[in-house]
Design a protein around this ligand. Structure first.
Ligand code: 5GP
Ligand code: ZN
Length: 130
């Protein structure tokens, strides 16, 4: 995504990254911001986002942003350590598109842990279509 799309006016996560909407920050550096999910799906549920709107979803991630992507992974590892879930285990994932339930189209990752997590991947009865 080009430089002029670094900030998308109506994007919730761009607005959180800009400090326009408050969030409980757990980690930040010049490229990455991580904050607690407002509707946690596990005892620990952190959203890890690139500060810049580099992609709406994984579908339009470009190779030139690979360094930021790597930083998101390393941030996840750091946060897991700081939250004390490094050894007990955690899940790190990105939802892409409708069937995955993506609701915010600023590519981001979920870090979930703090208790045994359920299995995932089974279709929901109401949304088993393609
Ligand atoms: P997605 O469904 O796109 O994979 O993930 C979006 C996540 O953003 C959801 O887990 C949702 O709970 C979270 N979320 C939505 N609005 C807000 C908000 O205003 N603040 C925070 N911290 N999380 C939000
Ligand atoms: Zn955005």
């Amino acid at each position: 995504m080009s430089a002029e799309k670094a900030f998308v006016k109506d994007c919730l996560f761009c607005r959180i990254a800009a400090g326009e909407i408050p969030a409980k920050t757990v980690y930040q550096d010049e490229d990455v911001l991580a904050f607690q999910d407002i509707q946690p799906q596990a005892p620990q549920h952190v959203l890890i986002i690139p500060r810049r709107h580099i992609a709406d979803s994984l579908n339009d991630l470009r190779t030139e942003d690979e360094q930021v992507l790597l930083k998101l992974f390393y941030a996840a590892r750091t946060i897991a350590r700081e939250l004390g879930i490094e050894q007990s285990g955690y899940r790190f994932l990105t939802n892409t598109g409708r069937n995955a339930g993506q609701s915010v189209f600023h590519m981001h990752f979920h870090l979930l842990g703090g208790a045994p997590l359920g299995l995932f991947g089974a279709p929901r009865r109401s949304s088993a279509n393609e």
